[in-house]
Design a protein around this ligand. Structure first.
Ligand code: ATP
Ligand code: MG
Length: 327
């Protein structure tokens, strides 16, 4: 069976962008791949996180994995910081990644833009991500559009290492879906819906109440031509809403366009809110049952053990290949 690894950072409250681009896919993919879903807490701290909030959000993301339908008996669910091999391999791979290629990463440029200081970890973040993936010999990594470039770097680093030291790592392929791979902000369709966006009306969170969700969709920007039509070039804001509808109702875009033909945006936005509320309601319920339970602790401890068993041999092979002394 082919192997897959992916994760969502505990850097903020999860929104429906991360759900559409990542979580929803995880739930499907666990049946097709031997899957590892982790919470990249070490990536989250590349920008300052309040310790109390980070602690809770890490549990929140893990609980959301399970509440959304990832089965911990089938997939391995774990926290990155519980498997030290990530940081160890991360360092080994930093010796292989080039300063120049890291400087070209658009996410670094975006996240450091306008800041007086940024951590060096934010700069080397993509190398730790390469270690995350390569440790498990993952054949596939499901990513949103924004992570394509980082996965490309992972592939380059793996190939460079293999060429220099002998075949050690599997070179992974991305899995990118068409619909939902790039959910944009409700306030501005030129910016992706992001956990770290401070404007709370830009995104719908997984834990938002029905009233909040209705309010946010009713305020979402559209355009002035009044047609529910999918056209990213001419109508980005409306296209984004149609894609969200499609992600949550699991209906084709053409079906949705037909349903709202000639109706304007009012009804469409109202019903979009209801579609999202209906899908989120059982996820929210399960989330509350599990988030502070000892069941979650057990799942995460067991997951870290299983993950370490898979990661250990790769780390050892990489050390040996580089000439480090191992016993
Ligand atoms: P941050 O702003 O801190 O980077 P984020 O919202 O981008 O947070 P990540 O943890 O970086 O979330 O991403 C987790 C996964 O969700 C990645 O695979 C990413 O591609 C996907 N993802 C995140 N935001 C979106 C979005 N708006 N649309 C589609 N996929 C997304
Ligand atoms: Mg991100």
């Amino acid at each position: 069976m082919q192997r897959l690894l992916s994760g969502i950072k505990p850097s903020g409250d999860l929104n429906i962008g991360g759900y559409g681009g990542a979580l929803r896919q995880y739930v499907k993919l666990q049946h097709e791949y031997e899957s590892y879903f982790f919470v990249p807490d070490l990536h989250a701290i590349t920008v300052y996180q309040d310790p109390v909030e980070l602690h809770q959000r890490t549990r929140d993301i893990a609980a959301l994995y399970i509440a959304s339908g990832i089965n911990p008996d089938k997939a391995t669910i774990f926290l990155q910081s519980q498997v030290p091999a990530h940081v160890e391999l991360g360092w080994l791979l930093e010796t292989q990644a080039h300063f120049g290629e890291l400087k070209r990463m658009t996410q670094f440029k975006e996240k450091s833009d306008g800041k007086d200081t940024v951590s060096s970890a934010l700069f080397t973040y993509p190398v730790l991500m390469a270690a995350d993936v390569l440790l498990y010999q993952a054949t596939h990594v499901p990513v949103g559009d924004d992570q394509k470039q980082h996965l490309e770097l992972t592939r380059d680093v793996a190939e460079r290492f293999n060429n220099r030291y002998g075949r050690t790592f599997t070179v992974p392929e991305p899995i990118i879906q068409d619909i939902g791979s790039r959910v944009m902000g409700l306030d501005d369709p030129s910016k992706k819906m992001s956990k770290s966006n401070p404007n709370k009306n830009s995104c719908v969170h997984m834990m938002d109440t029905p009233e909040d969700i209705r309010k946010k969709f009713s305020r979402a920007v559209t355009d002035s031509d009044g047609q529910v039509r999918h056209d990213w070039e001419q109508k980005p804001a409306v296209s984004n809403l149609i894609e969200i509808y499609s992600v949550f109702s699991e209906e084709a875009i053409s079906v949705i366009e037909k349903r709202y033909e000639g109706q304007g945006y009012g009804t469409f936005k109202k019903e979009l809110a209801e579609v999202v509320i209906e899908k989120l309601q059982p996820i929210q319920e399960r989330f509350h049952q599990i988030v502070n339970s000892s069941e979650l602790d057990r799942i995460l401890m067991d997951g870290a053990k299983r993950a370490s068993e898979t990661a250990g041999p790769t780390l050892l092979a990489a050390k040996k290949a580089m000439g480090l002394v191992t016993f």
